[in-house]
Design a protein around this ligand. Structure first.
Ligand SMILES: O=c1ccn([C@@H]2O[C@H](COP(=O)(O)OP(=O)(O)O[C@H]3OC[C@@H](O)[C@H](O)[C@H]3O)[C@@H](O)[C@H]2O)c(=O)[nH]1
Length: 267
């Protein structure tokens, strides 16, 4: 921002756009379950038509194209931890499938442009990510718990809290994506932090780091919630020399500073 060669354009990727570019990081899509389920047909359109439009743009400019895919392509995984070679266990007719199947077809389109048109493409599968500047109403678990703990509200644990996730700090993700884009391999690459936690463990860690007086409230879980998730990152480590550096406890502390400011609680 403010740099002479920087241009910010607000545009819906579902509509075509003519730009001159060398590289495309195609990240456009709601990623929080409450947001992608809010308008599921639009989520599918964004994943399919949006990706097709961005691939068309990459083809016209001969630009290198990176698709931000997701750990959700593995669905409720029967393999644990998940390797890139795993084809996944996704419900095609469930409430999450607009996103899961949307990202799966986005990967398919990406590979077809690569095979049919020789386009240079890269695929990253992003695992749960958190960090400063997340929307306060994002709805994903880490930002929910941090905001709730700061506001002295109960931490809302969905289901019995035994489901697991592996959380990566945003700066690790950005470094991973750039390493994939600048590297020589198409992927797919899992980009995530293998440190795995149950939601109850996460709630207790947030209590410890943010507010020891916070309480926990159990809520009904959402449908098709994956029971466990953890990336195998051997491929990214060996091929790209990338691995995450920020531990959950340290990442949470950095997030708290930012959330405090934005909630008007003083840093
Ligand atoms: O307040 C909450 C929110 C969520 N949860 C639970 O926490 C777990 C994680 O839920 P989130 O909504 O943060 O994220 P999910 O893992 O379901 O989906 C995410 O996965 C990977 C990314 O690609 C996507 O950004 C997103 O779809 C789930 O088991 C959910 O039930 C809570 O216990 N309490």
């Amino acid at each position: 921002m403010g740099k002479p060669n920087f241009e910010l354009i607000r545009h819906d990727v579902v509509e075509r756009v003519l730009l001159e570019v060398d590289q495309i990081y195609h990240l456009a899509c709601p990623a929080s379950p409450i947001h992608y389920k809010y308008n599921p047909i639009k989520t599918s359109k964004t994943s399919f038509l949006g990706t097709m439009n961005m691939l068309g743009l990459a083809k016209r400019c001969r630009a290198r194209f990176l698709i931000s895919s997701t750990s959700e392509v593995y669905g409720d995984p029967l393999q644990h931890p998940q390797e890139e070679t795993y084809w996944g266990n996704v419900n095609p007719v469930g409430e999450r499938s607009c996103y899961d199947e949307g990202k799966r077809v986005a990967e398919t389109l990406t590979m077809d442009y690569h095979r049919e048109h020789g386009l240079e493409v890269r695929i990253v599968r992003i695992f749960n990510t958190y960090g400063p500047r997340m929307a306060l109403d994002d709805g994903r678990v880490v930002s929910n718990f941090v905001a709730q703990a700061l506001k002295n509200e109960p931490l809302t644990v969905y289901g019995d809290g035994t489901q697991t996730r592996s959380f990566q700090f945003v700066t690790d993700l950005v470094k991973g994506m750039v390493a994939v884009m600048d590297g020589a391999h198409v992927g797919p690459f899992n980009i995530g932090n293998p440190g795995e936690f149950t939601m109850l463990e996460l709630a207790n860690l947030v209590k410890e780091v943010v507010n020891p007086k916070a309480t926990i409230e159990f809520r009904e879980n959402t449908s098709d919630d994956p029971s466990r998730r953890r990336p195998n990152i051997t491929k990214a480590k060996e091929i790209l020399g990338w691995e995450p550096k920020v531990a959950l406890r340290d990442g949470l502390a950095m997030m708290v500073q930012d959330f405090k400011k934005r909630l008007g609680l003083g840093a």
